[in-house]
Design a protein around this ligand. Structure first.
Ligand code: SF4
Length: 420
């Protein structure tokens, strides 16, 4: 019984839905993907009365549940009922394949569909089904999404369509280890300064997740509370001594230190060369982006060419209370004021990012660890800025970069990455 449950949990099916207007070729797309006539294809509008489901295995993705949904533009009471069902299917889907006929006169239905899917942070791919020649589709939101043009009733497009889906879809089965470098029976130090923002009675989410991950993997987490004020004051020596004797007290030295990013100015200097170092924020962004740390590292390159009046957006995924030396509102702005005095800094908190219509105007986006949003939501953000070709980086990476190339290389080494 337990074994069956474990197996069932190991591989989940990805839910992929095919959406669009009546008679736009959704069922033909379904048939292309399944290579069989699972859907009745007929030129009479509204042939798909309800959602048709197919279970299949797509090589390169894994087990998939495919939904061929009813047309969204059907009128009348029955049409309303079908629309409700389609939108409830959309909620379930990991990927929405939106089929569009570019020769249509109006794209209102598709626009609403994409807006709704976007609000739900769904992965979206656009399939232009060509009944005649290809044309620009006048939906502004399409700039965020990858497109393919095919003739869905022509079998020769099958492989191209499959490759398009495989190359651009991220399966929910892609798992990411929080700290892939953790080894059994080794010690790991968590540097937790506990400033005024730290709530009493619990660790912050990144700290709690890190401690749990290390313990679960049969290694040993040990916490150190660094006094940041002392470490930056004239009594710095005392705090350094306390830190170094803490490290020396291990019979076997710790393998790595995971630090609060705001202590990077100190850790870059104090951590002995033979102990690995990284930050909670870096670990979080890698985990919630499902391993896309490399993309965040690349974004740092922009810092070499930032010019006056260019805009930089600082993004925090949650609305935690901000007091004291907050990274996003105090530390990073201080750095920019000193290094790039003419650069314009803006902030987005919580869900403001999704509503920001000026994303393409920024020269750089700096994102927090993203620990309070889902991977789905963070990856939707990454897709948006990637499609707009806006470089992006992360708090932990930036605060390490500020300390110089050596510090950046050190925090990236545990992840097998080189600096930007
Ligand atoms: S979501 Fe971002 S700002 Fe909020 S606690 Fe996590 S890392 Fe910090």
């Amino acid at each position: 019984m337990g074994g069956f449950k474990t197996l069932a949990m190991l591989v989940e099916r990805d839910y992929i839905g095919i959406f669009g207007e009546m008679n736009v070729g959704k069922s033909s797309v379904m048939n292309l993907l399944t290579q069989q006539n699972t859907s009745l294809v007929d030129a009479t509008p509204g042939t798909t009365a309800d959602t048709k489901i197919s279970l299949l295995e797509i090589h390169g993705i894994g087990p998939v549940k495919l939904f061929d949904t009813a047309g969204l533009d059907e009128k009348g009471e029955l049409g309303n009922k079908k629309r409700k069902k389609v939108y409830s299917d959309l909620k379930e889907c990991d990927l929405a394949l939106v089929v569009i006929d570019p020769s249509s006169y109006s794209f209102e239905v598709e626009e609403e569909l994409i807006e709704r899917a976007r609000d739900m942070d769904k992965q979206i791919l656009i399939i232009k089904n060509l009944f005649s020649e290809d044309k620009e589709v006048g939906i502004p939101l399409l700039k965020f999404y990858k497109k393919i043009a095919i003739k869905a009733n022509d079998d020769s497009y099958r492989q191209r369509l499959l490759n398009f889906v495989i190359d651009n879809f991220e399966s929910r089965n892609k798992k990411q280890a929080l700290l892939p470098f953790v080894e059994r029976e080794e010690y790991y130090v968590l540097n937790i300064p506990m400033d005024v923002e730290t709530p009493p009675g619990r660790y912050l989410r990144p700290q709690a997740m890190t401690e749990e991950y290390i313990t679960r993997n049969w290694a040993y987490p040990v916490s150190f509370r660094m006094d940041l004020n002392k470490a930056r004051s004239e009594r710095k020596k005392e705090e350094k001594q306390r830190f170094l004797s803490f490290i020396d007290n291990f019979k076997k030295g710790p393998e790595a230190i995971i630090t609060d990013s705001q202590a990077m100015d100190i850790m870059a200097e104090w951590v002995p060369a033979d102990i690995k170092l990284t930050t909670f924020s870096i670990a979080m962004i890698n985990y919630f982006s499902r391993g896309k740390l490399r993309l965040f590292v690349q974004g740092l390159k922009v810092l070499k060419e930032l010019e006056e009046e260019e805009r930089v957006l600082i993004v925090e995924a949650c609305n935690h209370s901000r007091v004291g030396e907050d990274i996003g509102t105090v530390q990073i702005p201080n750095y920019f004021r000193e290094k790039f005095p003419g650069v314009v800094l803006e902030h987005n908190f919580g869900r403001e990012f999704q509503e920001n219509e000026q994303l393409s105007e920024y020269k750089l986006i700096i994102h927090c660890g993203g620990c309070m949003i889902s991977s789905q939501e963070l990856n939707a953000r990454i897709r948006d800025v990637e499609n707009l070709q806006i470089p992006f980086t992360n708090y932990g990476l930036l605060l390490s970069y500020i300390q110089g190339d050596k510090a950046l290389r050190k925090v990236l080494e545990p992840w097998g990455l080189a600096s930007a």
